[in-house]
Write a protein that binds this ligand. Structure first.
Ligand code: ATP
Ligand code: MG
Length: 458
């Protein structure tokens, strides 16, 4: 534990801002997550400052400050395009709505401000004038022990603000801490407060948790304390659900392993988390082998993810990506696949999501847990085969055909309408089966036969 840290290691802007406050007879401290991250030797994203200057004084001291949250005492000071939040010290207000204090009470006492913060490791301040660490709640000691502990009486803190439970789960994952048992026990009695947290804030915390090396740590906490049952009960149906000879883990644990094994952005990792969410609803048994089967779990899973992503207020684009990845995560590629089979698969899944899809397939494979090294052979085979097919310039969408709708209408006297699209899609099927057919004259003769009804259109 340190009482002081080297001032030279702090950003000059922050030291300058606090010096400016001192010139005006006020004080400034660095506080919160940035101090925690600095003490942990992690990269600091935002340096937050708290001060005993009142909001109106802040605007006088920093005339160009942006009054971003002036009613809560926060202004944003911009130095060389970098933004710093400077906030007047606040005390504990009463929380009656479980989301925000009823009123903001400005105080002069730094300890009172630290006391209203959520966890001991987030309640440490740093005086940049001398490097002194101010840690009245033992945050450094808890960090050294690897413990996340509520400041003060945990049950009170969780009853004030339901978001804190979710932050707890997130920090367990991102900081690699364990939740203090007493802090954890205080959560179950306060779940009614958790229920008031908005879907957007839940989504934001989930997304932040995805930055952890092992986000499953957050989800294990959420499951244990009961908030996952409130936010996403669909995931819990996999708990204890046995699979088959291809899997070591139950459906839940397999999802957790896939989540941790996945590499990519938050949406991709969430798709890995959800990829088998359709299994509980589709489990059956093979009559002969007696093994469990999960036919169409990828289709049912995609249907389940759609409303979950909607509920959590992901954007349309994010939701579509998640659903698409779950829908297509199951690829039963084998050496028997012809080039046409690969082309048909590419037509179905689209080339835009290939990198994501391969990442999900790899995470899925790594999460099976049967062998110490995952068998990625089939996936590598598929990747190589896809590369060959794409390099050969195969037509995979109607845009790749060597004629378009206007050509069809002109050459065959077709009127604009639905039929044009239908014929184009039928021609694409022909070309996907045999790329040599992608020739204007050949396609026109196929089109004639389709229109005469000799060949079914899709
Ligand atoms: P990160 O920036 O990595 O999300 P953080 O801990 O810095 O984590 P912020 O939202 O930036 O989180 O908040 C800054 C500080 O404000 C926290 O460290 C904590 O001291 C305090 N804080 C934030 N949210 C809460 C809350 N819901 N209850 C109590 N204190 C909070
Ligand atoms: Mg922060």
């Amino acid at each position: 534990m340190t009482d002081r840290i080297a001032i030279a290691s702090l950003p000059r802007d922050v030291i300058g801002l606090c010096a400016r406050l001192r010139e005006h007879g006020r004080r400034g401290w660095i506080v919160g997550g940035c101090v925690r991250d600095r003490l942990l030797g992690r990269e600091v994203n935002d340096w937050d400052i708290c001060t005993d200057a009142r909001p109106n004084e802040l605007l006088a001291i920093f005339p160009r400050a942006i009054p971003t949250g002036i009613e809560h005492g926060t202004v944003t000071v911009v130095v060389d395009k970098r933004h710093y939040e400077v906030t007047t010290l606040r005390g504990e207000g009463a929380y009656t709505d479980g989301r925000r204090p009823d009123s903001v009470e400005f105080v002069d006492d730094l300890t009172a401000d630290l006391a209203r913060r959520d966890f001991t490791c987030n309640a440490i301040a740093l005086d940049p004038s001398n490097g002194q660490v101010i840690d009245p709640f033992g945050g450094q000691g808890d960090l050294a022990l690897g413990i996340l502990r509520a400041v003060g009486v945990a049950i009170d803190r969780f009853s004030e603000d339901g978001l804190r439970v979710l932050r707890a789960a997130r920090f367990v994952a991102t900081l690699g801490l364990e939740l203090d048992p007493e802090t954890e026990r205080a959560i179950a009695p306060t779940l009614d407060t958790y229920r008031k947290v908005s879907a957007e804030r839940i989504r934001d915390e989930w997304v932040k948790a995805m930055k952890a090396r092992a986000p499953s740590r957050a989800f294990e906490v959420m499951r244990r304390v009961g908030i996952l049952a409130i936010t996403c009960p669909e995931l819990l149906e996999g708990v204890g659900m046995e699979q088959n000879a291809y899997h070591r883990w139950d459906v839940w644990r397999h999802g957790m392993e896939a989540l941790d094994a996945s590499q990519g952005d938050a949406v991709l990792r969430l798709a890995a988390l959800f990829h088998d969410i359709g299994k509980p609803k589709t489990r059956g048994r093979n009559d002969k082998s007696g093994e469990y089967t999960f036919y169409e779990h990828e289709r049912v899973g995609a249907e389940l993810v759609e409303p979950i992503a909607l509920r959590l207020r992901f954007s349309n684009e994010e939701r579509a990506r998640m659903v698409h990845l779950v829908r297509h995560h199951l690829v039963q590629y084998g050496p028997d696949w012809s080039d046409a089979a690969v082309r048909r698969w590419l037509q179905r899944v689209g080339t835009a999501c290939l990198t994501d899809l391969f990442a999900i397939c790899e995470a899925d494979e790594r999460a099976k847990g049967l062998t110490s090294e995952p068998d990625l052979g089939r996936l590598l085979g598929l990747k190589a085969h896809v590369e060959r097919v794409v390099a050969a310039g195969a037509a995979l969408s109607t845009r790749d055909l060597c004629l378009n709708g206007s050509d069809l209408m002109e050459a065959l006297g077709l009127a604009p309408g639905r039929r044009v699209g239908e014929v184009l899609r039928a021609l694409l099927d022909v070309v996907i089966n045999d790329p040599l057919e992608n020739d204007r004259e050949r396609l026109l003769s196929h089109a004639r036969r389709i229109l005469e009804g000799a060949v079914d259109s899709p």
